[in-house]
Design a protein around this ligand. Structure first.
Ligand code: SF4
Length: 223
């Protein structure tokens, strides 16, 4: 039964990093593109070396355990191979579907605009902002902190999802048909409210569920 052989990995990040000698990097070919080239795979194998490890994750990325000694060089060569390295920490982090492998690219330009404007903004706890390019939402935007579902030059916005655990739940529809002209500002206002009114390290879903009837949500401008 090949599917169940070697279920327990020898080199997890925890075991490798017992003495703090490894760094974990989340790697992908980009926010939209999900296809790696053979050269990129070779580069990943090269930077982890014989001692490191490669793992696939549930968040559209591959996790590399890279020796911390030589980390800067590893990051540079991964980037030169065209790979994107996810930023860590309590920030707004963007995700997106693959826009049907590039067949449905209507929302790609606005997704890039949102990435440039919002990715990396510091917030009380990491916020995952997921853009899906059509109503099928097959990359589960409604299960991320802020889910955007594109339809004809506008987005439906879902908030309050509990992404994992026994109480996992999809977000609820917060705003319908926010135009691509206003979406950046609208999202910026949501993030600003989170920064202003959240408790220290309060996850976004908990914040939204605690405050969803507060007056400041009613004042969001969609125009
Ligand atoms: S959400 Fe829509 S556009 Fe995106 S990959 Fe799925 S079907 Fe394609």
């Amino acid at each position: 039964m090949n599917a169940f052989r070697n279920n327990i990995p020898e080199k997890t990040f925890a075991t490798l990093n017992e003495h703090g000698e490894y760094t974990r990097l989340g790697i992908s070919p980009g926010i939209i593109n999900k296809h790696y080239t053979p050269a990129q795979f070779q580069k990943m194998a090269e930077v982890v070396g014989e001692s490191g490890a490669i793992k696939y994750s549930a968040s559209y990325s591959i996790l590399l355990s890279v020796p911390t000694k030589g980390l800067e060089k590893a990051i540079k060569s991964l980037q030169e191979a065209g790979l994107y390295i996810a930023k860590q920490g309590s920030i707004v982090a963007m995700k997106a579907c693959d826009f049907c492998d590039g067949d449905k690219m209507e929302a790609a330009a606005i997704t890039a605009q949102l990435y440039n404007a919002l990715e990396g903004i510091e917030v009380p706890k990491r916020v995952r902002l997921n853009v899906n390019g059509c109503a099928s939402a097959c990359y589960n935007a409604v299960y991320d902190d802020i889910g955007l579902v594109y339809q004809k030059d506008s987005f439906d916005i879902y908030l309050g999802a509990i992404p994992m655990g026994a109480h996992a739940q999809a977000g609820t529809l917060f705003a319908k048909r926010v135009s691509i002209q206003h979406i950046e500002d609208f999202l910026y206002q949501i993030i600003t409210h989170y920064k202003a009114f959240a408790r220290p390290e309060e996850p976004f879903y908990r914040f939204y569920r605690r405050t969803h009837s507060a007056e400041f949500w009613q004042t969001l401008k969609n125009e």
